[in-house]
Design a binder for this molecule. Structure first.
Ligand code: NAP
Length: 260
């Protein structure tokens, strides 16, 4: 693993085990394959026991790494301390870091009149993730080592009429991660924010008008690289940084008139 040490560039001495929450996501599965190909053992977290078990067996068979699953639901925040907290107090010492891939685009149009849908989008992408990230943050802060990576989105960089419930939750998540990075810097824990553009997953399947759609494999490799290099905020693919720079620079007086 010596090739993965980049101490002078603020990178991480990577080894051992990584926890991935939302592991059944297409992006997370691609990332899990990337970690496994580099001989990391994996804990795959999520709410679908069958899918997680199938993924865990596949990774173990293909790459000869050890895998286990952890069942949790982001929306059941009351259970997080007992499930994730207990797991970390028992097995957390083996963890190099954690990646939170949980997310749900939801139905913007429905959410505008149905509070249940709006709340599900906000809670899945923001409060549910924050509840899990708080537990992870306290764990790694106490250990004074490790990394926390989470998938936000370019949708959080500017509110658009087509997805502003999801975008608002991701904007909140990005701000949370920014503050967390500032806090954990002093405990030598890296916090990495990933902002993907459009990715070809079940989240975007069948949605019209998507441009520059990337494969989950490309994004998975990008996340792995970002973790290894100990980056702060990474747009994936890279050109989204410049697209969003342009999108953010459009004056509000003009932006509000656009059909976005
Ligand atoms: N696809 C894109 O264009 C895109 C762009 C920017 C950012 N992202 C972000 O990338 C991440 C991965 O998304 P993806 O595109 O790979 O979509 P995906 O395949 O739909 O994955 C979503 C993941 O979130 C999990 N999840 C949803 N609600 C949950 C809950 N209540 N409890 C636990 N897990 C829950 C899903 O688990 P189940 O399998 O149990 O449903 C699944 O693992 C998300 O955070 C998403 O917001 C995606």
């Amino acid at each position: 693993m010596a090739g993965f040490l980049h101490p002078r560039r603020g990178g991480l001495p990577l080894s051992r085990t990584v926890l991935i929450l939302g592991a059944t996501s297409a992006i997370a599965s691609a990332l899990a394959r990337e970690f496994a190909a580099h001989k990391f053992d994996l804990i795959l977290g999520g709410r679908d026991r069958e899918e997680l078990s199938a993924l865990a067996s596949d990774l173990s068979l293909r790459y000869g790494v050890r895998t286990a699953i952890l069942l949790l639901d982001a929306l059941n925040t009351a259970s997080h301390a007992s499930i994730l907290g207990s797991f970390l107090s028992e097995k957390g010492h083996t963890l190099e870091g954690a990646v939170v891939c949980i997310g749900e685009l939801g139905n913007q149009a429905k959410g505008q009149s149905d509070w249940g849908e709006a709340r599900r989008i906000l809670e899945t992408n923001f409060t549910g993730c924050v509840s899990l990230l708080n537990i992870l943050a306290n764990h790694f802060e106490a250990r004074r080592a490790g990394f926390i990576c989470a998938l936000s989105s370019v949708a959080g960089d500017r509110g658009r009429q087509s997805n502003y419930l999801y975008g608002a939750a991701k904007a909140g998540l990005s701000a949370f991660l920014q503050g967390l990075r500032n806090r954990l810097y002093h405990a030598h824990v890296k916090v990495i924010t990933i902002k993907p553009g459009f990715v070809d997953t079940r989240m975007t399947y069948g949605r019209p008008g998507l441009l520059l759609v990337a494969s989950p494999e490309r994004v998975g490799k990008g996340i792995f690289r970002a973790v290894v290099k100990g980056k702060d905020v990474v747009y994936l693919p890279w050109f989204w940084r410049f697209i969003m720079l342009m999108v953010r620079s459009i004056p509000e007086a003009i932006f509000k008139r656009l059909r976005t």
